[in-house]
Design a protein around this ligand. Structure first.
Ligand code: FES
Length: 156
């Protein structure tokens, strides 16, 4: 476990809280950037639930990741409105342009390309987010412009 002290603090805070699993997982991801699989047994023991239950919740919610993210996280919305407005084609374009498959982190650690299920911009689909900042009406050209700007900013 990468940060046992942090995990112990989080478990102490939420150990006796009804429905404490989600707060534990959120705090852990906020602190470490991800929820390490090696933390599941300690979480299960502290909350008196099964390891399978911890695993089930982590895998159910798309927001939880079990590996560290890249330096930049680019999310492409995969929900209905964005799909209807071309997010599948945009996703394929993003994979080619960034050199990483959806749901993966590029080998150099520079970028993670993630699916997201609605950014609240449905009226202006398709939508993406770059490091939590959302952008609407993103076609391939706009995606290229946004990621070029991101690449330039990350070089400085
Ligand atoms: S469906 Fe994509 S922002 Fe809502």
């Amino acid at each position: 476990m990468q940060d046992q002290v942090l995990l112990d603090q989080i478990l102490t805070c939420h150990r006796n809280e009804p429905g404490g699993l989600l707060p534990v997982l959120r705090d852990l991801q906020d602190g470490l950037g991800f929820v390490p699989e090696e933390s599941y047994s300690a979480i299960a023991e502290a909350l008196n639930i099964s390891v399978a239950e911890v695993h089930g919740v982590v895998s159910f919610y798309h927001d939880f990741r079990t590996e560290p993210a890249g330096a930049c996280v680019i999310q492409v919305c995969q929900a209905e409105s964005c799909q209807a407005c071309g997010s599948r084609e945009l996703t394929a374009h993003a994979e080619r342009r960034l050199g990483v498959a959806l749901g993966e982190t590029r080998a150099d650690g520079a970028v993670t390309l993630e699916p997201v299920y609605c950014l609240g911009n449905c009226a202006c689909s398709p939508a993406i987010a770059i490091d939590q900042q959302s952008h609407a009406l993103v076609d391939k050209a706009r995606f290229d412009a946004l990621t070029t700007q991101w690449a330039q900013e990350s070089d400085t």
